[in-house]
Design a binder for this molecule. Sequence first.
Ligand code: ADP
Ligand code: MG
Length: 246
Amino acid sequence: MIQLENICKQYTNHNHMVHAVDNVSFSVAPNERVGIAGGSGSGKSTLLRLIAMLEKPTSGTLRLFGEDIHSIQNHTEIYRSMQMMFQNPLAVIPPRMNLEAFLLEPYINYGLMDVASAKDDIRKWMQRVDLPENTVYKYPHEVSGGQLQRVVLARIMLMNPKLVLFDEPTSALDAVNQKLVLDLLQKLHSEQPFGYVFVSHDIGLLQAVTDRIIVMKDGQIVETIESKRLKEAVHPYTKSLVEASL
Ligand code: ADP
Ligand code: MG
């Protein structure tokens, strides 16, 4: 579904070169759940921004749904098919927009259905993400971080994406809400086919929500391991991440 071949991204910071992503190759199959683990500054967010086409690689080949990023014809279709979720929902939802308006945007932007049908559909989505229907009349500051992330997840899933990129989406939540959102993600994944790439510094969390974990350090992949075999990791850096998440 996505393929990265020898992807590099360099930045120049105060006259010295930073290799944020350094010769990274991997692919994600349809419906696959891939984790990216690594400490702060290891290049995880940069890698997701490259896949999301928010930035261009310095070198290497990136194919999304079979098309090289430099020859994509229908950007609208790719933008709908590939969604991204971040740590802080308040940075994503405009403060003066109620949640219904926020949820209506993709129906309107992508012409998914007329507004009356979309409003009905939004109420079904509130049930699917375990929120009261009247949550849609609230403003972002009136609901908790965990509830907002469920609204963001509903807005992503209603677009029926093929791939979702998660950048530490639960890192700002307390343990209880973190589990609620991760359990919800697993429920949605079992109900609707989509693949995802989930970035986290917490390799234990990744083990619970992915099929395969790619471990990054200083912009490079140091190990790739099946999530259920994490205990058999051989690279010392992977082992140190496992220790840190216990
Ligand atoms: P992570 O998400 O794993 O914490 P990042 O991808 O944010 O890592 O950062 C990887 C490296 O690239 C860091 O050294 C960071 O300072 C650098 N970096 C990231 N984005 C930029 C940017 N826009 N300009 C300059 N340097 C950047
Ligand atoms: Mg990051």
